[in-house]
Design a protein around this ligand. Structure first.
Ligand code: DP6
Length: 313
């Protein structure tokens, strides 16, 4: 039997950065995200004599996928499998391929191995594999918060159909993985504790802003969460400076646009790309402004996507 699942990356508006000292990859901060459309991870699981992993057609010994299989096998009977995963966007360049990849893998394994997991339990296993993957189980707006650290749906994509203009400023693979980066921040950033203690309030306020469709409020909260997280990254030892010069130019351009009345805000994950979140009527203007910034290689405009799902063969 062969099972294929697809999932999309998500971008956090209130960020997850840092882990609690507990088993099961429990985040130190609650997060809220939007799942994107167009960018897709497609993962196929099939029977095999030994475990084999292929990423974008190339055989690999991916440590996180191997760890994910081990974690699932500690609880379930899962035979040897061949896992083939394809991304239609750059892997590990700050476009959250681990979120979509693990959301698709857990969804495919659930059916392949007859695990019969509820959607909430799928978010838990996705989170154990990679925290942000819990949120890609859902489409639209999703959250991951305590005390149970289960992923939850917040709004359907049709309920507030925002757009995201992604400005690509560097296509190289990022040098520091999120897991290692978080550990470095936990151990060395003097701001880490303040980051963790201040995020609960941001999270609650962002959920309210989303519920009220209050774009301006969500813009302020999202940019603040992004800059606080990057402040923690940049104050870690060694410092993680993910931005390229064009990343900073995009930040200024987005702030200028909003000051002049265009509803748009930026967010940036552990990479150099800028995601400008806007209302549909502002897409053309945002694309034109960001596309003209020296160092911006390309822009891609996407909408909000569906959650992880099986692909009918
Ligand atoms: C900056 O989910 O990739 O994108 O749990 O260690 O796999 P692991 O980390 P991961 O970290 C995502 C960090 C982030 C912010 C976010 O998506 O909330």
């Amino acid at each position: 039997m062969t099972v294929t699942a697809v999932a999309h990356p998500n971008i956090a508006l209130i960020k997850y950065w840092g882990k609690q000292p507990l088993p099961g990859n429990v985040p130190a901060t609650p997060s809220v995200s939007i799942t994107l459309d167009s960018l897709t991870s497609t993962t196929t699981v099939s029977a095999s004599d030994t475990d084999q992993i292929f990423l974008n057609g190339e055989a690999t010994q991916d440590a996180k996928i191997t760890a994910c299989l081990e974690m699932m096998r500690a609880e379930f009977r899962i035979s040897s499998v061949k896992i083939e995963s394809e991304n239609n966007f750059p892997t590990a360049a700050g476009l959250a391929s681990s979120a979509s990849g693990f959301a698709a893998l857990i969804t495919a394994l659930n059916t392949f191995s007859d695990l019969d997991l509820s959607i909430q339990r799928r978010t838990v296993y996705a989170r154990k594999a990679s925290g942000s993957a819990a949120r890609s189980i859902y489409g639209g707006f999703a959250s991951l918060g305590g005390p149970d650290w289960i992923g939850r749906p917040v709004l359907e994509r049709s309920e507030w159909p925002l757009k995201v203009v992604i400005a690509i400023t560097d296509e190289n693979r990022k040098s520091v993985s999120s897991s290692l980066g978080m550990k470095t921040s936990e151990e060395t950033s003097p701001y880490f504790d303040a980051w963790v203690s201040s995020t609960a309030e941001d999270y609650a306020a962002a959920l309210e802003a989303i519920e009220a469709r209050d774009f301006e409020r969500l813009a302020i909260l999202s940019e603040a969460s992004c800059l606080k997280m990057h402040g923690v990254m940049q104050s870690s030892l060694p410092a993680m400076i993910y931005w390229r010069p064009a990343t900073l130019s995009c930040i200024h351009a987005v702030r200028d646009l909003r000051r002049d009345g265009t509803p748009v805000f930026f967010t940036i994950d552990a990479g150099p790309q800028v995601k400008a979140v806007c209302l549909p009527e502002s897409v053309e203007k945002v694309e034109a402004v960001l596309g003209n910034i020296p160092g911006v290689i390309a822009t891609h405009t996407v909408g909000l996507g569906e959650g992880a799902r099986l692909l009918e063969s």
